[in-house]
Design a protein around this ligand. Structure first.
Ligand code: UN1
Length: 507
C-alpha cells in the first residue's frame, strides 16, 4: 500500500492533540478499514447531559451579546486552524469512517468552505425593511440568536455536517451541543480540540462551553432532544432516526432541522454526453462506498443509449480498485460495519429472488481484512423485475431502469418516499428546463449534467418528503438558527390602528 507520508492513527491523533483523551473509556472505536481498535472514549451520563445543557444556556447568554462580525472572527480562526490541520483531520476521518483519503480531505475542505461562508455571513444577517400601512410608522425585521443548538450527526460525514451547522450557528449567536455518531467520536473530539484552540487564539469574548460534545448512544441524544432548553435540534441521519426526533421536538414546539435519507436518481437522456454521465454515475454510486445521503441509488437510462452506457458501467465495476482507504490508488473503501454489509446482502437477495440481473455484490478482501467489511459494488438491472426501489440501503447498490418517455422517467424518479437529490444528463435545453420546473424533480437538489452527490456548501442542502424538509449549509439556511423579530415603530404623534380599526377610549 502506498500510504500518505506516515499518516497512521498514532501520528494523526498526536498531531490533533487528542491522544490522551482517546486512550481510555467505555466507548471503543474500531477502524472500518481493518477492524483494529483505534481508541476508547468516555461517554456522558444523563447527569452530565443535564449539566452540559445548563452550561450551554449560560454560554449562549454571553455569546449573543458579542457583535456578529466579531463572532465571525472566531469562525475565521477556526477555518484557519482547519487549513493547518487538513491532512491530519482528513486522515482521521478516513481511519474512523472508512471513506478514502481524497474524500477525507474533501470533507475537511467542506468545513473550511463553510467557515469562509459564515465569516462573510457574520456581516450579512440582514432583515427586511417593510412598508407600513400606517403614516409615521416603520416596520423592520430583526434576526435574533435562538439559544443552544443541538447537532446530531451521522458516521458518514462525521465532521462536515457539524461544521455546516456550527459555523452558521456560531455567527448567528448560538451556543452548540454536538452529539456525534457513536461510531465516530474520535473525529468529534478532534474538532472539539480544534475549536478550543480557535477560542484561545480568539481571546476572552468566547465564553467557556460555547461548543460542547455529548458522547454516547441514542438514549443520551434523546435526552437532549427532549430538553426544552434546546430550541433548535438539527439532526442528520436515517429516516428512522428522524421519525423519532421530529415528534419529540414538535411536541415541545422546538424547531427541528432534519436531513434524512435519500433515494437519489439520475436520468440519462438520449442527447446526454455519455462520458460525463458515466463518470457522474460511477462516482455517485460507489464513492464513499455508497454511504452518502446523496449517493446515486437509481438510474433511468433512455432506450436509445442504454446499450452504450450500461455495459460500460458494468465493465467499470469489474475493475474498481477496492482497498484500504488510505492507499492512494483506492477508489472504494469499506462499509462502516457488519450490520451495513448484512443490509446490503439482504437488499440484493430481495431482487435476486425476483430474477434481477446482478453484477457484483458480496464481500471482498475478506482474507486480507477479516475484521472489516469490503464489498464489491453492485449494479442491478431492474428491467421487468420491479417497478421501483423504495428503500435507501446505505451501500453501493445501483439499480438500473430503462425508460422511453421523459415524463414517465420523472414520475418514476419521484415515486419514492425520499426527496433529497436528483440529476439529469441531457444536452437538450427543453429537457433540462422541464427537469427543474415545478412539474419536474420533486427533490431538494436537482442537477443538470452533474451527479447527485458532492454538493457545494453555498447552496441550501436538504430535501423533501422522508428526507425531512430541513435545509443546512448555504443560501439562507442560517435563518434556521435564528428567530425572526418583526418590529413596528411609530414616530408620529397619533396611534392609528392597523386595518383601519377605530378604537378610541374615553377618559
Ligand atoms: C451526507 O451524506 O449526509 O453533497 C452529506 C454531498 C456532500 C454532503 C453529503 N457535500 O455529497
Amino acid at each position: 500500500m502506498r500510504d500518505h507520508g506516515g499518516l497512521d492513527i498514532h501520528s494523526v491523533l498526536n498531531d490533533l492533540g487528542i491522544t490522551g483523551e482517546v486512550s481510555a473509556g467505555d466507548l471503543v472505536v474500531h477502524s472500518p478499514a481493518d477492524g483494529a481498535k483505534i481508541g476508547a472514549v468516555k461517554t456522558h451520563s444523563a447527569t452530565d447531559c443535564d449539566k452540559i445543557i445548563a452550561q450551554s444556556v449560560k454560554a449562549f447568554k454571553e455569546w449573543r451579546n458579542v457583535p456578529a462580525p466579531r463572532r465571525g472572527e472566531l469562525v475565521r480562526i477556526l477555518g484557519e486552524i482547519l487549513r493547518e490541520k487538513k491532512e491530519a483531520l482528513g486522515a482521521l476521518v478516513t481511519l474512523e469512517c472508512g471513506k478514502i483519503y481524497q474524500e477525507g480531505l474533501g470533507e475537511v475542505q467542506e468545513m473550511i468552505d463553510i467557515c469562509d461562508f459564515a465569516v462573510g455571513l457574520s456581516r450579512q444577517l440582514y432583515g427586511l425593511t417593510i412598508a407600513s400601512e400606517r403614516p409615521g410608522h416603520k416596520m423592520r425585521e430583526y434576526w435574533q440568536p435562538m439559544g443552544p443548538v443541538g447537532i446530531i450527526s451521522a458516521f458518514n460525514f462525521p465532521v462536515a455536517v457539524w461544521s455546516w451547522n456550527s459555523a452558521l450557528a456560531l455567527v448567528c449567536g448560538d451556543s452548540l451541543i454536538w452529539k456525534p455518531s457513536e461510531k465516530t467520536p474520535l473525529t468529534a473530539l478532534a474538532c472539539q480540540k480544534l475549536f478550543e484552540d480557535a477560542c484561545k487564539r480568539f481571546g476572552d469574548d468566547a465564553p467557556v462551553h460555547l461548543s460542547q460534545l455529548l458522547i454516547g448512544e441514542a438514549d443520551i441524544g434523546e435526552q437532549m432532544v427532549r430538553d426544552t432548553r434546546m430550541p433548535v435540534i438539527s439532526a442528520t441521519g436515517s429516516t428512522a432516526m428522524g421519525r423519532k426526533v421530529a415528534p419529540i421536538v414538535a411536541e415541545r414546539f422546538g424547531r427541528s432541522i432534519l436531513e434524512l435519507g435519500g433515494n437519489n436518481a439520475i436520468i440519462v437522456a438520449p442527447s446526454a454526453d455519455l462520458d460525463l454521465a458515466f463518470q457522474g454515475i460511477v462516482f455517485g454510486a460507489v464513492g464513499t462506498c455508497g454511504q452518502r445521503c446523496t449517493s446515486t441509488r437509481r438510474i433511468f437510462v433512455h432506450d436509445d443509449v442504454y446499450d452504450q452506457l450500461v455495459p460500460r458501467i458494468k465493465k467499470a465495476y469489474g475493475g474498481l480498485s477496492l482497498g484500504h482507504p488510505m492507499a492512494a490508488e483506492t477508489l472504494v473503501g469499506p462499509l462502516i460495519d457488519k450490520a451495513s454489509f448484512d443490509l446490503m446482502e439482504a437488499a440484493l437477495d430481495k431482487v435476486r429472488t425476483k430474477g434481477a440481473n446482478i453484477i457484483g455484490g458480496g464481500r471482498a478482501l475478506a482474507d486480507q481484512y477479516p475484521d472489516a467489511y469490503y464489498v464489491n459494488p453492485a449494479v442491478v438491472e431492474m428491467d421487468g423485475v420491479a417497478d421501483n426501489v423504495m428503500e435507501e440501503t446505505f451501500a453501493p447498490i445501483l439499480y438500473v431502469f430503462r425508460y422511453s418517455d421523459l415524463d414517465d422517467a420523472i414520475t418514476r424518479q419521484n415515486a419514492v418516499p425520499q426527496g433529497l437529490s436528483s440529476a439529469i444528463f441531457t444536452r437538450d435545453v427543453l429537457e433540462a428546463e422541464l427537469f427543474t420546473c415545478e412539474a419536474g424533480s420533486d427533490c431538494g437538489i436537482a442537477n443538470v449534467n452533474i451527479g447527485t452527490s458532492g454538493a457545494e456548501i453555498g447552496g441550501a442542502f436538504g430535501g423533501e418528503k422522508e428526507t425531512g424538509g430541513g435545509r443546512e449549509s448555504g443560501s439562507d439556511a442560517w435563518k434556521g438558527d435564528m428567530r425572526r423579530m418583526t418590529s413596528t415603530l411609530n414616530y408620529s404623534k397619533e396611534l392609528p390602528l392597523a386595518q383601519g380599526i377605530k378604537f378610541s377610549v374615553g377618559e
